[in-house]
Design a protein around this ligand. Structure first.
Ligand SMILES: O=C(O)CCC(=O)C(=O)O
Ligand SMILES: [Fe+2]
Length: 361
């Protein structure tokens, strides 16, 4: 077989991956070398000496501006060992290089959302990726159904493969460190909203938080598909590690898609839907997507900080008043999450559930 032309290669792409023209990426013309989203140095909270009130104030002000103006920022000097990060990325590469039959031994299904999966949908179109999902505490509890009247709760448990042998330990060590970081970030965000540092902690007593290993292999037609279609993250916040390849794009407030520059040993942080609702729209959960390419594979590891399933998510009473009335009705986190997960798993034939469905106009 000779070398395929680009138009022939397109026919190799299963139509399930092909986006409608208005959602296709401009894959060839994105720059991942620009520092566009804010970069925040967390060394003040990772030093043996507690920060002075002025230093803490200045950090909180930076977090506030980043959450308000962008909904996305990167952090350096975050206290997570670079060793944990390198190890999880290399174990992820080992796992995804295994034969499909081996990976499918830990395949997730409709009941258990944890494990290996390669047919995820975003907005009813298949993503060009494979993933491995796990939770930092071994298991989490979630409603069995999103239907209002059902009270049945299911427990989802991690599924660990035998191979590669080091995957489980790499994942557990990384998860513990990154969960800790997520709570420190949550405290800074609480302070930036004028709330006590630990204001949100009680919402995470039985967390549904989850980690994901993402693998995007080279795609024959990167201008027709996406690694992850445009979406907003549903939880409180996301802490994402990525390798040096680049592909994450964020939709700036003017509608332009901009590339997030990979910075060694940094994390990309974004505010999720829960924080948007809690802050009564002061901070917004921003749309993002992953563009793939035809040459290099890419790995990323998001940690999603997610509340306990029974938490009712609504605007924080301290942040609403007569001039700034609540913009959302309360909703049950577990049911919201379950509904969103189900639509990633199979085409429910309708629009994905969004916080806008709870907005008070
Ligand atoms: O791989 C990435 O850079 C981002 C992935 C992402 O947005 C997600 O999994 O929610
Ligand atoms: Fe995301």
């Amino acid at each position: 077989m000779g070398v395929q032309s680009e138009s022939e290669a397109r026919f190799d792409l299963d139509p399930v991956f092909i986006l409608s023209p208005e959602h296709r990426p401009n894959a060839k013309y994105c720059d991942y070398t620009l520092d566009q989203i804010p970069l925040i140095d967390l060394s003040p909270i990772n030093s043996p000496i507690p920060p002075s009130p002025t230093t803490l104030d200045s950090l909180v002000t930076q977090i506030q501006a980043a959450c308000r103006d962008w909904g996305f920022f990167q952090v350096i000097n975050h206290g997570v060992s670079p060793h944990f990060l390198q190890t999880i990325l290399s174990e992820a590469a080992n796992f995804f290089s295994l034969p499909m039959q081996e990976k499918c031994k830990v395949r997730r299904d409709f009941e258990n959302p944890l494990g290996y999966y390669d047919t995820e949908l975003t907005k009813n179109v298949r993503d060009w990726k494979e993933v491995f999902d796990f939770t930092c505490r071994g298991e989490f509890r979630l409603p069995a159904s999103f239907e209002g009247e059902s009270a049945e709760i299911l427990t989802a448990t991690n599924q660990w493969p035998q191979n590669p042998p080091g995957l489980r330990e790499a994942c557990e060590k990384y998860a513990e460190a990154v969960e800790k970081l997520s709570f420190r970030l949550l405290e800074l965000i609480s302070l930036s909203l004028g709330l006590p540092a630990r204001y949100f902690h009680s919402k995470f007593e039985d967390p549904t938080s989850r980690l994901r290993l993402n693998h995007y292999s080279p795609c024959p037609a990167p201008e027709l598909a996406l690694g992850v279609g445009r979406h907003k993250d549903g939880g409180a916040l996301t802490v994402l590690a990525q390798d040096e390849v680049g592909g994450l794009q964020v939709r700036r407030k003017d509608g332009e898609w901009i590339g997030v520059k990979p910075i060694p040993n940094s994390f990309v942080i974004n505010v999720g839907d829960c924080m948007q609702v809690w802050s009564n729209d002061k901070y917004q959960s921003i749309e993002h997507r992953v563009v793939v390419n035809d040459k290099k594979e890419r790995f990323s590891v998001p940690f999603f900080l997610l509340p306990s399933h029974y938490v009712m998510v609504g605007p924080v009473p301290e942040l609403v008043n007569v001039e700034n009335p609540p913009r959302f009705k309360e909703f049950n986190w577990g049911k919201f999450f379950k509904r969103r997960r189900d639509s990633n798993f199979k085409n429910l034939g309708t629009e994905n559930l969004q916080i806008q469905h709870f907005s008070i106009s």
